[in-house]
Design a protein. Sequence first.
Length: 394
Amino acid sequence: MTAGAGQPAGQRLGTGGFETLAIHAGQEPDPRTGAVVPPIYQVSTYAQDGVGGLREGYEYSRSANPTRTALEECLTALEGGTRALAFASGMAAEDCLLRTVCAPGDHVLIPHDAYGGTYRLFDTVLSHWGVSYRPVHLADTGAIRQALAERPVRAVWVETPTNPLLSVVDIAVVAQACREAGALLVVDNTFASPYLQNPLALGADAVIHSTTKYLGGHSDVVGGAAVVADPELGERMAYVQNATGGVAAPFDAWLTLRGIRTLGVRMERHGLNAARVADMLATHPAVTEVLYPGLPGHPGHEVAAKQMRGFGGMVSFRVRGGEETAVAVCGRTRLFTLGESLGGVESLIEHPARMTHASVAGSPLEVPGDLVRLSVGIETVDDLVEDLRQALPG
Ligand SMILES: Cc1ncc(COP(=O)(O)O)c(C=O)c1O
């Protein structure tokens, strides 16, 4: 038996709502002490009852650890998968998934707009191992179908909404195209979080998260996760995860799980605050374009309204005056902290071209220099709006 591979917590809990699952899935009170929160099993190895006599399948913490199991069961329930695996970072999750499903000679379609680190993984790491990639406008269904028809494709990698341009991809449409072409569909669900979007229910084969972001939610832990629909893929990934070792540490798994318990209420507030910020920016004379799927004029608004339960907390915008103005705005906010990352309770501002997306400079994924990205936190929204107003040129 594989530790933690029993009946998914979501099934054990029946048809609980999202917040119920977030608080209870994988998190039954400790059977020995009644502790209501899963303990941090800060342990590397486990006593065996005779050689090979494992207690509940636990042998060594790279293979499985009870705190990590609790997180994995909760993630399985929240994404509606059959299995989740928790990693040391989002990139470790991406790497494990790709090394599980791809072999030398395989080809992957990636978004024309994606997290810079994902592009870097394809461009400078996996390419050396014979895995090729091609950026495609994934919001353009015709372009995907054409790329799928041109040559065999092992996997299609989707981000929606994308980082940093907030483009929206119709997951169900791409899933159908992938099924017809025999390609695996992977969706990076970091920006939406499982509270707002469940790609597996829309036909994806695997979901990736940087749990560093909304799932953890407090900017105090780096982590990643993969959740899959097919148990056999889950088994193969668990094998590679154990063989390569990029697992979530017990304390990191515990912190992530603590964050997840409030994901629902946080995402509600992130969404409300982001909508107010987007509305203010949309009427500001220094702003030339606001990229937020909640705005009716956003090209992906209708698809987002169909496949998401809200529009999230990320807002990007372009400024009059180009790159220097964008950089200056990033340096003038007082409440929005200038920094990389996103999804925490505190608001962050950054300049993608020089920060998170510096690795795509000169590539087809290059982002505009006049772009500013906001991770809108859950502070008092009037304070956030006021901070941006004073930072923007008058
Ligand atoms: C959309 C997206 N996916 C994946 C990652 C990588 O996650 P991590 O930084 O936890 O390795 C990030 C990081 O910013 C991201 O924004």
